[in-house]
Design a protein around this ligand. Structure first.
Ligand SMILES: NC(=O)c1ccc[n+]([C@@H]2O[C@H](COP(=O)([O-])OP(=O)(O)OC[C@H]3O[C@@H](n4cnc5c(N)ncnc54)[C@H](OP(=O)(O)O)[C@@H]3O)[C@@H](O)[C@H]2O)c1
Length: 177
């Protein structure tokens, strides 16, 4: 299973802001994410990121993408049967359990969509293979970083640099094992 982490952080590495939330991320960037998720056929989110997507009314742009949502709660506390349709599955477990499920459903590649806490769980378990970073033209002083502090060190090799718009750059990094 190859895991790609996709992030749209501010230049100083924040993925959400205390006032703006994720509104600093360009609309076109969200569309790029949704497009990639459709190519992968799946995406994995932490429960808080998933709830943000739902409350922003963006779930429809992921129609047809199998979504796995990590939680530490019993599933019955988090999802009523059929609540979000058959494409959303809450998983009461960490990265390994999630990837087992993704694999069991026939996917060889997995798109990890954040947020900070879930990213740290994946990095700590050394389960990230590729990182796509779409830098957003902001410096944000009061936000959440790409990863919550945790005990991991992951070495990367730059795979590509792409100008996405006047102000946005995409960096692709491969994890060196
Ligand atoms: N700009 C960007 O690229 C970007 C990308 C993604 C997210 N975001 C933003 O980041 C923010 C959310 O990040 P966050 O760190 O607060 O939350 P998060 O990682 O999205 O979700 C945290 C929740 O996920 C579950 N979880 C996390 N790690 C787990 C593990 N190892 N095993 C089982 N469950 C686990 C827990 O759910 P329970 O509490 O249910 O147990 C936890 O409370 C949101 O504002 C979101 O919009 C921004």
């Amino acid at each position: 299973m190859k895991v790609t982490l996709y992030l749209a952080p501010s230049l100083n590495g924040m993925i959400t802001d205390s006032m703006l939330g994720t509104r600093f991320v360009s609309k076109s960037d969200w569309m790029r994410f949704a497009h990639l998720a459709k190519e992968y056929g799946n995406a994995v989110f932490g429960r808080k990121t998933f709830e943000d997507i739902v409350s922003a009314g963006e779930l429809a742009s992921l129609t047809g993408v199998k979504l796995f949502v990590a939680t530490r709660q019993p599933i019955s506390n988090r999802q009523r049967p059929g609540e979000h349709g058959p494409f959303v599955e809450f998983v009461s477990g960490g990265p390994k359990k999630i990837l087992d499920l993704v694999g069991e459903q026939g996917f060889a590649n997995c798109l990890l969509g954040g947020g900070s806490e879930l990213n740290s769980s994946f990095a700590s378990a050394n389960l990230i293979d590729r990182v796509l970073v779409d830098l957003q033209p902001w410096l944000l002083g009061d936000g959440k970083p790409m990863f919550l502090p945790a005990d991991f060190r992951v070495r990367l090799r730059l795979g590509g640099v792409r100008r996405l718009s006047d102000d946005e750059v995409q960096l692709t990094y491969e994890v060196i094992r």
